[in-house]
Every structure is written in C-alpha cells, then in structure tokens.
Design a protein around this ligand. Structure first.
Ligand SMILES: NC(=O)c1ccc[n+]([C@@H]2O[C@H](COP(=O)([O-])OP(=O)(O)OC[C@H]3O[C@@H](n4cnc5c(N)ncnc54)[C@H](O)[C@@H]3O)[C@@H](O)[C@H]2O)c1
Length: 449
C-alpha cells in the first residue's frame, strides 16, 4: 500500500521553509537600460514567431493581468491574423522582428521562432535591452550559447528559457528529496520519451492557404542553406537538420533541463549515443530513435531513450535510482523505498555445513538476509505525490515577470539554457561522429575533438 500526498504550491513553499526533508542583423546595441517596469505598470510583450507554441503562450500571458501582448511578427500571414484576433485586435502586426524590438515602450519579447533563429532573435533582443522568454532549445549550435549568456549579462536583463519543468512543484519536491539524502547515493537516472503518432513525430497538418504569397520563405530560411520553397520544411521544420536538432534538442532538452535541476548538476562531462531513422523515412533527415548516455562530474550517469514507434509505458518519465530508493517523476511523483535483502544463501550453502549453520544463527545476518525475521513495520512504504494548483507554465511565467519587475532570478537563465541545450547538442555530435564527446568545463563549450 502506498501513502498518497497532494502538494500545492503554497504548501510546498511553506514546507520548503520548514525543510522538506521531512516529507547580428544590423541591430545597434542599445546603450539605455531596460525600461524600468513599476509594480503598477503593465509589462508589454512582443511575440517573435507566432506559431503553434506562441499561441499557447499568448493564452498563458492573457492569464496575467500585469502583462499584455502588444506586438506580433511571423513569416506566415495566417498565424499573424490568428494571433491578433487572440489578443482581441489589441496587438499590432509586424513583418520584421527588428521593428518590434526597437519599440521603446516594449519590455519583453517571447521568442518562439524555429530553433535556427533563436540565436539571432535572442542576441538582438537582449542588445535592445528587452527581457526575453526564449523557447527551448536556447540554441541551434553549442557555439551560440556563450554569446547569448554574454548578451544577457552585458544588458542586465531577465531571461527565462522555455522548459517549465523546474517550476513544477513535483520537480521541486524531487530535487528537495534528493538533496535531503532520502534516495541515498543516486548513480543512475533513466529517462524515456516515446511517441507513436504522426503528429507526435512532427508531421503536422499544413494550412490549405499556404503558398509563396502567404508564407515568407526567405524570412524563414534566414541563415539556413538556400532551398526552393517547401511547405513541408516550413511547417515541419523539426524534421530537418537545417533548422532543428531533432529528438535531442526538441524533446531531450526538456528532460536534461529537469535532470540538471533535480540533481543540482549543471552540466554533463561527456556524451555518447546511437540512433537511427527506422520508421518515418520519407519525412525527415533526423533520427526517429535514439539511445544516449550522459556522464556527470557529480558521479552519476543519465540514460535517455526515445522512439517514434511506440508509446508504451505512458510516453515519458524520469527515474532517479538511489541506494535508498527510486523516485519516478512523471504526472505524479512516486518514491519507492529500496527494502533490499542481502542474499548469500547460494554462496554459504557451499561452505562446510557447520559454518553455514553458524552463519545463519548470527542475528545480524538473519536481519539482513531473512526479511521474514524483521520486526513488523520496519519495511518503508511507497509515497505518491500529486500536484494541485497552478501549473508549471504559469509558475514559469510568474517567475519571469517577477524578474522583469523586481530583478529577481529566474531558474532558467541563459547559462542554464546553454547547458541544457548543449547536453542535447552533445548527443547529436556524438551520434554524427560515432564517438564519445566531452565538455570543456573551463571554456564552457564542447571540447576539441
Ligand atoms: N516549451 C514547450 O513545451 C514547447 C512546445 C512547442 C514548441 N516549443 C518551441 O517553440 C518554438 C516554436 O515552435 P512551434 O511548434 O510553435 O513551431 P511553429 O512552426 O508552429 O512556429 C514557428 C513560427 O515561427 C515563424 N517564423 C519562422 N521564421 C521566422 C522569422 N524569421 N521571424 C519570425 N517568425 C518566423 C513561422 O512562420 C512559424 O509560425 C520552437 O523553438 C520549439 O522548440 C516549445
């Protein structure tokens, strides 16, 4: 029988106080400071990229009375129109993000463009002294991360990268449990992320009005290799290496963000991976099945696996394996105590009979190897935690808006985002090279290979 607990955000924070252990496109950098936002002021938000995720985020932002979306740009006309109507006509439409970030009355940008654009959109926005919520993965290549970190520091603005996992109260509970020693020594983290639908494999429907008249193909391409107009590439860009790192940077980056946070381990030291394109062969040039391992200097391994051919076992989850228990983080958080028994019977049975008999008369050995002789109640029970109240995306934005107004920290600034994205990039580099790749912690980038 498991013990069940519900954790809400206020209660969690109270428990925390008591100790939870018990339980470059020609943009000139602005020299001005970011516009100060008084507590009574509205935070004005500009959306750079107004695709599927941006529409979810507009709905999230609408739940904050202290914030308002005032500007939107995108490379497909239909999405601009829908975004404007989502703001009841209040946001202004732009074709070019540079016009948005030059607005002196704008405080915040939300960057939800395809991944190959994040770097340019981020650096230009930060240099224009805009606070930035930047969708994951922070970067398209490892090299881009340090420049974004530098731009955040130089301009003294807030950054929140868009993996909300660390702001889930169950994730925070997991982190506290591990920090308290409840799991003992954690040497292995196992994560999986599986899907078995076309939509899960990023084969999204293409709007029937898509055409070179409604889609700005050149704007989408940006610094990516020149190619003829392709609706598949425009609307399913995750399937192509020119714009995305595929499963690693789209999915595992969330997992790495959460694992780095829960384990309080900022960055892995090496990565190896195997992968293949086995099922969705006609729609992409990225793998649809990957097994990867990350090694951390804190003394544990992470095993990440995913396939787009099966979603058995619930789709996704993370298991933290410790000497005293297992923690399973998914929709709920479950702690399973180890309750281990030594088992030397087959060894001792080969000893001289007299010695074997004496061995099992030792009370210490009896307690360790014969669970039936333990006093009742000694065996620990499973604990299951469910969260209630505010979801992690709301908490993630609340933390970001607090940072904009008060200068308080965010959990996922440019440095944290650089590391999570780089764990994912290292998996891809290892996959491409067919070898183990290493992180150069002193230079905070991939070691020369
Ligand atoms: N945090 C999450 O759970 C989550 C979920 C989904 C997507 N995302 C991230 O959000 C980002 C967007 O993903 P999506 O699913 O919304 O993709 P999408 O294709 O639906 O949206 C991207 C939009 O960017 C526009 N665009 C392309 N080039 C542009 C440019 N140069 N300037 C302005 N707009 C441009 C496209 O027209 C498109 O509408 C990605 O980085 C993705 O990884 C995060």
């Amino acid at each position: 029988m498991a013990s069940k607990y519900t954790v809400n955000r206020r209660e969690f924070m109270r428990m925390g106080a008591l100790g939870t252990a018990a339980l470059g496109m020609g943009i000139k950098p602005s020299t001005a400071a970011a516009r100060p936002v008084a507590p009574s002021d509205k935070i004005t938000v500009g959306m750079i990229g107004a695709g599927a995720r941006a529409h979810q985020l507009i709905e999230t932002i609408k739940r904050f009375p202290e914030a308002e979306v005032v500007a939107v740009c995108d490379a497909y006309q239909g999405r601009i129109e829908r975004a404007i109507s989502r703001t009841d006509g209040r946001a202004k439409a732009y074709k070019d993000y540079r016009e948005i970030i030059q607005r002196p009355d704008l405080d915040v940008v939300v960057i939800s463009s395809p991944d190959h654009w994040h770097y340019q959109h981020a650096v230009d926005s930060l240099n224009a002294k805009k606070h930035a919520y930047i969708e994951k993965p922070l970067t398209y290549t490892i090299d881009e991360g340090l420049a974004i970190i530098e731009a955040q520091k130089k301009n003294n603005v807030a950054v929140q990268v868009g993996s909300p996992g660390p702001n889930s109260i169950l994730t925070q509970k997991a982190r506290d449990m591990i920090a308290s020693g409840k799991l003992g020594q954690v040497t292995m983290v196992r994560a999986y992320m599986n899907r078995n639908t076309a939509s899960g494999a990023w084969i999204y429907p293409i709007p029937p009005d898509a055409s070179p008249q409604t889609v700005d193909w050149e704007l989408f391409l940006g610094s990516a290799p020149k190619r003829p107009y392709s609706e598949e590439r425009f609307f399913r860009w995750r399937c192509y290496k020119d714009y995305s790192g595929g499963m690693s940077t789209d999915l595992y980056v969330h997992t790495c963000t959460t694992i780095n946070y829960v384990m309080n381990a900022p960055m892995c030291e090496s990565a190896m991976a195997m992968g293949g394109l086995y099922r969705w062969k006609n729609s992409r040039d990225v793998a649809d099945t990957i097994n990867a391992s990350l090694k951390y200097p804190e003394g544990f391994l992470v095993s990440l696996s995913g396939t787009f051919s099966n979603q058995g076992g619930g789709g996704s989850g993370i298991q933290f394996l410790g000497t005293e228990g297992t923690l399973i983080l998914g929709r709920t958080l479950t702690f399973i105590p180890e309750n281990v028994n030594e088992g030397n019977g087959w060894i001792v049975d080969s000893w001289p009979e007299k010695l074997a008999k004496a061995y099992y008369e030792d009370p210490k050995i009896l307690a360790e190897e014969r669970p039936s002789t333990r006093p009742q109640g000694v065996v620990a029970r499973q604990e299951v935690y469910q969260s209630e109240g505010q979801g992690s995306i709301l908490a993630h934005f609340q933390e970001f808006f607090d940072a904009v107004k008060n200068g308080t920290p965010t959990k996922e600034d440019a440095t944290v985002g650089h590391h999570a994205a780089s764990c994912a990039h290292m998996i891809n580099v290892a996959l491409d090279r067919g070898e183990v790749v290493h992180w150069d912690a002193a230079r905070d980038t991939l070691a020369a290979g």
